[in-house]
Design a protein around this ligand. Structure first.
Ligand code: DLZ
Length: 146
């Protein structure tokens, strides 16, 4: 199973922790580091286009999208958040590759930090687990044409 992780650099004090949780969950599920393609982008706005591009290569069975938007620090929070969520939805629909939404949208840095605290509710972990489940589901369902 090959998986891509697209991670935004903006708010990297959070997104690097999302990445750590996602890679730990993949490793625990038996996905080795060699099977993980890491793609870094400037911010959450760029996540969907990179997710689409890496999915189009055909090299990966799922994409984990990671980013962090903090309302108080982001004047156009709503625009970036909806562009990111809608873009990821559209990229998954157009490529047929499942994409997990691990983009935090919080009111404060404190709220974001709570969501990357160690434990099962870590949002990077949750995104990785969702991506793996969807990749396995799609493998079982086939391409829908046979
Ligand atoms: C510009 C911007 C702002 C203000 N806030 C955030 C944020 O909270 N989280 C994030 O991931 N990115 C932010 N960005 C950057 C945009 O996502 C994007 O990278 C730039 O607008 C360049 O297209």
């Amino acid at each position: 199973m090959r998986i891509a992780i697209v991670v935004a650099r903006f708010n990297d004090f959070i997104t690097e922790r999302l990445l750590e949780g996602a890679t730990a969950a993949l490793a625990e599920a038996g996905v080795s580091g060699d099977a993980v393609e890491l793609v870094r982008v400037p911010g959450a706005f760029e996540v969907p286009m990179a997710a689409q591009r890496v999915a189009e290569t055909g090299r990966v069975e799922a994409v984990i999208c990671l980013g962090c938007l903090i309302r108080g620090a982001t004047p156009h929070f709503e625009y970036i958040a909806s562009a990111c969520a809608n873009g990821i939805t559209a990229a998954a629909a157009s490529t047929g590759v499942p994409m997990a939404f691990g983009v935090l949208t919080t009111n404060s840095a404190e709220e974001a930090l709570e969501r990357v605290a160690p434990g099962p509710a870590h949002k990077g972990r949750e995104a990785a687990e969702a991506a793996l489940e969807m990749a396995q589901l799609f493998a079982r369902l086939g391409d829908g044409r046979s």
